[in-house]
Design a protein around this ligand. Sequence first.
Ligand code: IMP
Length: 182
Amino acid sequence: MESMYNDLEKVLFTKEQIDARIKEVAKELDKDYEGKRPIMVSILKGSIMFYADLLRAMTIKTEMDFMAISSYGNATKSSGEVKMIKDLDRSIEGRHIVIVEDIVDTGYTLNYLKATLKTRNPASVKICALLNKQERRVVDIAADYTCFEVGDEFVVGYGLDYAQIYRNLPVIGVLKKEVYSS
Ligand code: IMP
C-alpha cells in the first residue's frame, strides 16, 4: 500500500515530542502576552498544523489571522524572491503580532514579513517558528520562539511539504534524496 512513510529517510521528531515541545512554547507565550490579546498570524500553508496545535495549547485570549506568500513550488532551494498572495483581513495598528511560521531557512521570508508588518504600526511583531535551520541562514533574522533546531536537510511533515505532499504526516522527518532528485 502507498505510504508517505516509505519516502522518509528518518523521523526527526515524533508527534509526542512535537506535542510536548508545543506545550512548553504555548506556556511561554501565555506568560509573555497575558492581557495583550495578540493577533496570531499563520503563514499559509506550512504553519497550519503547528498553528492549530499551538493556539489550542494556549490559554490566554488571542485573535487569528492568515497570510500567504509564495513558497518553494517544487524545488527545494529558496530563490530569495518573496511575493504576497494573501494579506491579513484586518488592520494591526497598535496591536501585538506573533507571526507563526513553519521553518526559518534562509530567512528571506520572515525578513520580508516582519518588515512588511512593521510598516503598519503594530505595538510589536515577534516570530514563533516550529523549526530553525540555522546553517542555511542568509539574512540575519532570528525567531523569538523556536520549537526545534534542524540541520541542513530537507524536512517534511507536520505542515511542511515537498511539491505540496507530506503536509499531513503527523511527524517531522527527513525526505529521502531520491524522492526529490528523480
Ligand atoms: P526561507 O525564506 O528560506 O527562510 O524559507 C521559508 C520557507 O521555505 C518556509 O516557510 C518553508 O515553506 C520552505 N522551506 C524551507 N526549508 C524547508 C524544508 O526543509 N522543508 C520544507 N519546506 C522548507
